[in-house]
Design a protein around this ligand. Sequence first.
Ligand SMILES: [Zn+2]
Ligand SMILES: [Zn+2]
Length: 280
Amino acid sequence: MTSAVYTDTHRLFLQAVISRRFMKEDTAKQLYSRACQATKGMSPTEIRSHFDKHQTAKIVPFDEDDFTEFVNAVNASLNSVELEIRRTRDEATGDDVLALTNTNEQKIAQVATGYTPLELEYFKHLLDAIVMADDELYCISSTAAVNEASKLKNKDNKSLQLTKSGAEELLSRFIQDKWLIKSKTGALSLSTRTLLELQTFLKEGYEEQMQECTLCLEILTKGQRCNVAACAARLHHHCAKTYYENMNNPLCPTCRSPWDGKVLIGLGPNAEAPQSIRRR
Ligand SMILES: [Zn+2]
Ligand SMILES: [Zn+2]
């Protein structure tokens, strides 16, 4: 098993991933190539050839399977410390991204480090409002988010002292740290980082509300749905684009009715989120 080979190249790559936590996959691949060069390490393909007596080790160009195998080997070493490198595609941009995630997601404090308990309470509150937003909008307006701060209560039902400006400042930090995204119209939605790092937390805590893309089976909070209300088909924009590329008459992959891609999940590009929070 080549995946059992764990070298300095893996260690170096992991170190670079730890310091960045979240990045585009292109960046990760550059880090991988650099780690290979720095340690004169062999790629999995080279290792395979090396151990196969009938072949001589040779330099091969970048190989997608190699990278996957390499990441899997790093993940095997991270298992015991409850960390995992997860890969997905950004719902908004379609970019491939990669994040180092904590597999023990039940403690949000371990995932979103660097925040006080009160700040995390606010984050969880916003997360809830976004996921529960009516009409599969998966977003709330910044105004509504700031207003929510005054409603925060602790376990003893005492209100938590978060001022309006304090809430605004904290929102900026959530956006800067890539936990939330803010649209041009000021709507706040879940970032790819949040969807990756809090995947299990979201799926288990919001079983009914968290939907999957019919094609790639990843979480979906921005995309298109079938015109037929009773049909469960939902697609990411990037998945729909690939799927319908060569189809003259796009049909729903589930119910085969015509698909126009106009019924949206999440907010349209120039639409505004409701000024107050409406839960479904
Ligand atoms: Zn998809
Ligand atoms: Zn359908």
